[in-house]
Design a protein around this ligand. Structure first.
Ligand code: GLU
Length: 305
């Protein structure tokens, strides 16, 4: 495995120059576009790392998966699906339009900003701080890393410039999807997006999904197999923004990307994968990270389809 990922990293480094780091969150524009790294955590807990796997980046939208998992644990599917659909979208991750024009005003799915903000509001916790801690603990346990921290500079940058997310959240408050304080809720969302990780942390998170809710690292059961099944189904259909269809064809795995350049992919019953490549394509997915995953999937025959 190590030989394969070392080779694929070197082969795919050429792609980093075709992407751009995200700039709409000013702090993210400081990222190094040349990074490319990968970590794998297999179902037995073996870890393999290559390239810039140890570089730190922020989870961004990858945090939407554990947020959705907590919302699934804390609500019946009936209650949850009354507020959030599971429909793929052809619009961008922060689109406002589809909130008004489609799906009875529900966010289209929990992997785009509106759906994730709604999902966080439904996570158990008397206060928003409790909701944050519940999701943060889940992320730490899945990653197998108790030392994860919020990157304060990215958090501050997101909070200062997050007016699109404010628009989405206030709109959802006006339609009754959200019934709590919008600014406090967004504070939780921004902090979750700003959690600093490396590829190995993300591979750990994905490894729990691959193991149907059981951590490959310490054997603990973090959620049930039904929750894992739903989360992976939504990742496979909606996890790569409006690139989800192409990702299904070219990589064939439940995946979730973030504008920090991370991609998380889960290979059911086999392994979790974390990739970093901050230079993004036009849809906000890591360009070189995608190519790397595509070749890995072909070489190891990983596609679930
Ligand atoms: N914090 C980012 C935002 O809300 C997350 C977007 C993403 O990674 O897709 O815009």
């Amino acid at each position: 495995m190590k030989e394969i990922i070392d080779r694929l990293i070197e082969k795919n480094r050429k792609w980093v120059k075709y992407g751009q780091v995200a700039t709409y969150i000013p702090e993210l524009s400081k990222q190094d576009p040349n990074l490319l790294g990968i970590s794998i955590c297999d179902i037995k807990g073996n870890k393999f790392n290559a390239g810039d796997w140890n570089a730190t980046f922020t989870l961004q939208s990858i945090a939407k998966v554990p947020s959705f998992i907590c919302a699934l644990q804390d609500n019946t599917l009936e209650v949850l699906s009354g507020k959030i659909s599971v429909a793929p979208t052809a619009d961008g991750f922060n689109s406002i339009e589809n909130l008004e024009t489609k799906n009875e005003k529900k966010p289209l799915n929990p992997m785009i900003n509106s759906g994730a903000i709604a999902a966080i509001s439904m996570v158990r916790g008397k206060t928003l701080e409790e909701k944050f801690q519940r999701i943060f603990q889940m992320i730490k346990k899945m990653a197998g890393n108790e030392n994860l921290k919020v990157n304060e500079a990215v958090y501050k940058s997101e909070k200062e410039t997050g007016d699109r997310n404010r628009s989405l959240a206030y709109y959802m408050k006006s339609t009754g999807i959200i019934d709590i304080n919008v600014e406090d809720l967004l504070d939780v969302y921004f902090r979750l997006c700003s959690i600093a990780v490396n590829c190995q942390d993300v591979a750990g998170v994905a490894g729990v999904l691959a193991g149907d809710g059981k951590s490959p690292l310490d054997g603990s059961v973090l959620f049930d197999a039904q929750t894992a099944k739903i989360a992976k189904a939504v990742m496979a259909t909606c996890g790569m923004y409006d690139g989800s269809g192409e990702f299904a064809v070219e990589v064939g795995l439940p995946g979730k990307s973030g504008v920090g350049g991370g991609i998380m992919a889960a290979v059911p019953k086999r392994m979790g994968i974390g990739v970093l490549g901050p230079a993004l394509d036009r849809k906000g997915n890591s360009l070189a990270g995608w190519k790397l995953l595509q070749e890995l999937s072909e070489e190891l025959n990983l596609s679930i389809f």
